[in-house]
Design a protein around this ligand. Structure first.
Ligand code: FAD
Ligand code: NAG
Ligand code: NAG
Ligand code: NAG
Ligand code: NAG
Ligand code: NAG
Ligand code: NAG
Ligand code: NAG
Ligand code: NAG
Length: 576
């Protein structure tokens, strides 16, 4: 692909740091430091967790060790397959130690392989006791601790160099109930999800029960992992609220090793933090309980437009902005993605596609067509726009949300902003201008996610750490950046800094005029976000800092751009 933007940027120096630094009061213990556990101590931990301690390697090294000496492309790109590799991340760039000194990489098919940003050991937890043992061991030995359920994280927060990993993938229990009690109060129908349970399993088992819960678009995101802690959006959010709005209770192992039951009555401060206060900063989730609803049918549709050039694409984005409220009467959720057209049969005439994929709850195909017609007809009247595909399906909501797997295994990062409803209402033309500028920076994809408004706005009075920008937003807009393994470290550094240096200020133009403050969804965002405290957590940061001090006074749970991370270096290895 073309990196159009490279020449616009400085070659920003990357601060080198060695993960092999000797430990002292301000750094965690790493191999070679006097306080690092001995082999006997690791063996003792392994015995405590019934042999479930494994040495971790990067996914490329794991693949090279397989009988055929490689993973197939199908395996490499499968989130389900990658979840069987303790060290694997879905976006493989997070396994690379680009910023280590010297850089430590393990690329697919390469002849050399460094450990990079991949943990040293993992506890493949199956019980609460496994988690407690790993937490206590990390505290006692001053280790860098990380937590992973699926490895989906776009900010690399579920991996770190020289760390011990707690992998909750095996906690896959799913239990539906018609009456979930918090204290003496019946909160109604609910589902208790283990922190390793995949979203697609929730949809499939829910169908058998005649139930649906708010969940992610991706098949293998763990609702009771990072998703809910960030806020958790869904195509059903305009109808049923955010994931965090639907959370009733959590079971969590906190830094002192205690297992806590957390709900509106019990540890209400932690209950506040776990709903929007950021993934990985509070303890190790064992399970989360969410409200469920009787299932219903939806009309799911795709309109795939081709656009002749970037200007036409921007006009389409402007037009879409003018129509974005057309579907509010049915509380639609929608993914409106601008992407480079990779289909060789149409890409010559239409280098960009605008893929508008809509879910309209309790709406027939004819009703749905009627609601989309004004936008569709106006789009087709634009010069340079063509309709490549049109599809409508009336279907049980569980089936439309169900996907068997996610396609991953690339080098990919994102940056994002929550876009106020006021911007779409008052200045849709700005939307078009911003899309054109973003495409000029070389962005291969701009993902619009209409998952706010409706119930998300109505839920503004829920007391949780969800960024208030969610309550006045209409959509979340995500700018994607990608690179191949052939990119040089200098090119990769440019791309990694592109969002903060160039694209965030462009996206901010969509917020500036509205009077709203700048907000971003912390789960689909740039880990290098400069003012992450306010951008990800808004006015909630001070309270979150207090809650963290109470439950995690020694900063055992530190993630990039998470609460308290300003006290630590990029890897969470040394205090600043
Ligand atoms: C293809 C794709 C599609 C997506 N679709 C959606 C979507 O529709 N809606 C949406 O809201 N988001 C979506 N996301 C973003 C998603 O919410 C985040 O990637 C989220 O971090 C995933 O959480 P996870 O636990 O599955 O991932 P992981 O990478 O395992 O973990 C992410 C973070 O959560 C922490 N964490 C994980 N498990 C635990 C645990 N047991 N206890 C405590 N902390 C834990 C980790 O430490 C890390 O900080 C998508 C991401 C991808 C890659
Ligand atoms: C702790 O170790 C780090 C890395 O070696 C070093 O930079 C730092 O100065 C040390 N701090 C103290 C207080 O010794
Ligand atoms: C932990 O113990 C199991 C079973 O005894 C063993 O197979 C595994 O290699 C051990 N892990 C480590 C890291 O030594
Ligand atoms: C690595 O090898 C596999 C076959 O084993 C091949 O399909 C793939 O394209 C190669 N990937 C890279 C990045 O070279
Ligand atoms: C359009 O986007 C949806 C997700 O939003 C995706 O499932 C679908 O495959 C895309 N269709 C095309 C033709 O790109
Ligand atoms: C949907 O609209 C088409 C064409 O307008 C019509 O023929 C059909 O009967 C309608 N279907 C329903 C279920 O109303
Ligand atoms: C983009 O396409 C439109 C419609 O085909 C055309 O009118 C316009 O001149 C093109 N713009 C550029 C910059 O090529
Ligand atoms: C819901 O859609 C399914 C098809 O997925 C259909 O069989 C069923 O009859 C529909 N139910 C209702 C109530 O319309
Ligand atoms: C929020 O407001 C709605 C009415 O708008 C009310 O039904 C609900 O109980 C309120 N919730 C809280 C937590 O105050």
């Amino acid at each position: 692909m073309e990196y159009f933007a490279l020449k616009l940027l400085c070659l920003c120096a990357v601060l080198g740091h060695s993960a092999e630094a000797a430990s002292n009061g301000t750094c965690r213990n790493v191999p070679g430091s006097p306080g690092f556990p001995s082999q006997a101590e690791w063996d003792a931990l392994n015995a405590t967790v019934s042999g479930r301690l494994v040495a971790v390697v990067p996914s490329a090294k794991f693949c090279a060790s397989l009988p055929g000496g490689a993973c197939t492309d199908e395996q490499w790109e499968s989130a389900v397959f990658r979840s069987t590799i303790p060290g694997a991340m879905n976006q493989v760039n997070w396994e690379q130690g680009y910023d280590l000194n010297p850089p430590s990489l393990c690329l697919r098919n390469a002849t050399t392989c460094g450990q990079g940003d991949v943990p040293l050991y993992s506890v493949e937890a199956e019980t609460v006791a496994d988690i407690q043992a790993a937490v206590k061991f990390s505290s006692a030995h001053n280790l860098r601790l990380v937590i992973k359920s699926s490895g989906h994280d776009f900010l690399g927060r579920s991996t770190a160099p020289s760390s011990l990993l707690i992998h909750t993938h095996n906690l896959q229990n799913i239990a539906f109930t018609d009456a979930f009690f918090v204290g003496g109060t019946d909160m109604g129908a609910a589902v208790i999800l283990g922190s390793g349970a995949y979203t697609n399993a929730l949809y499939a088992q829910g169908k058998k029960e005649g139930k649906i819960a708010v969940g992610a678009f991706a098949a293998t995101v763990c609702a009771a992992g990072g998703w809910v802690q960030g806020a958790g959006h869904s195509a059903l959010s305009p109808t049923l609220g955010l994931g965090a709005d639907n959370a009733l209770e959590f079971e969590i192992v906190v830094a002192n090793g205690d297992l806590l039951k957390v709900n509106q009555n019990s540890h209400p401060d932690l209950f506040y933090a776990l709903r929007g206060g950021g993934a990985g900063s509070w303890g190790v989730l064992v399970s989360a309980t969410f409200k469920t609803y009787p299932t219903f049918n939806v009309t799911s549709s795709t309109l795939l437009f081709g656009a002749a050039n970037a200007t036409v694409t921007a006009s389409l984005a402007f037009l879409h902005a003018q129509h974005i409220f057309d579907w509010d009467s049915v509380h639609a959720g929608q993914y409106f993605y601008v992407e480079e057209n990779l289909d060789p049969s149409t890409s010559a005439t239409t280098p960009f596609v605008f893929n508008v994929s809509t879910i309209m709850p309790r709406t027939t195909v004819n009703e749905s067509k009627a609601l989309l017609a004004p936008f569709l007809n106006a789009a087709l009247a634009l010069p340079g726009v063509s309709l490549l595909l049109q599809e409508f399906n009336y279907i049980v909501v569980n089936d439309v949300l169900f996907h068997a797997d996610d396609s991953v295994g690339v080098n990919e990062i994102v940056g994002s902003r929550l876009i106020p409803a006021a911007t779409y209402r008052d200045s849709p033309a700005t939307v078009g201008k911003v899309y054109e500028k973003l495409l000029e920076t070389g962005a291969p994809a701009i993902l619009g996610i209409l998952v706010a408004g409706g119930k998300v706005a109505e839920n503004a009075n829920i007391s949780s750490a969800v960024h208030p920008a969610w309550r006045t937003a209409k959509a979340h807009v995500v700018v994607v950046a990608e690179w191949d393994d052939s990119a040089s470290l200098a090119e990769i550094s440019q791309i990694r800094h592109l969002f903060q240096n160039v694209q965030a200020p462009i996206l901010d133009e969509l917020i500036a005029g509205s009077g709203a403050s700048i907000g971003s969804y912390s789960n689909e965002a740039d880990v290098l976000e400069r003012n992450f405290q306010t951008t990800f957590f808004g006015p909630n940061y001070a309270r979150l800092t207090e809650i963290k001090r109470m439950y995690d006074p020694e900063d055992l749970f530190i993630v990039g751009a998470g609460v308290g991370s300003e006290r630590w270096d990029e890897w969470g290895l040394c205090r600043l």
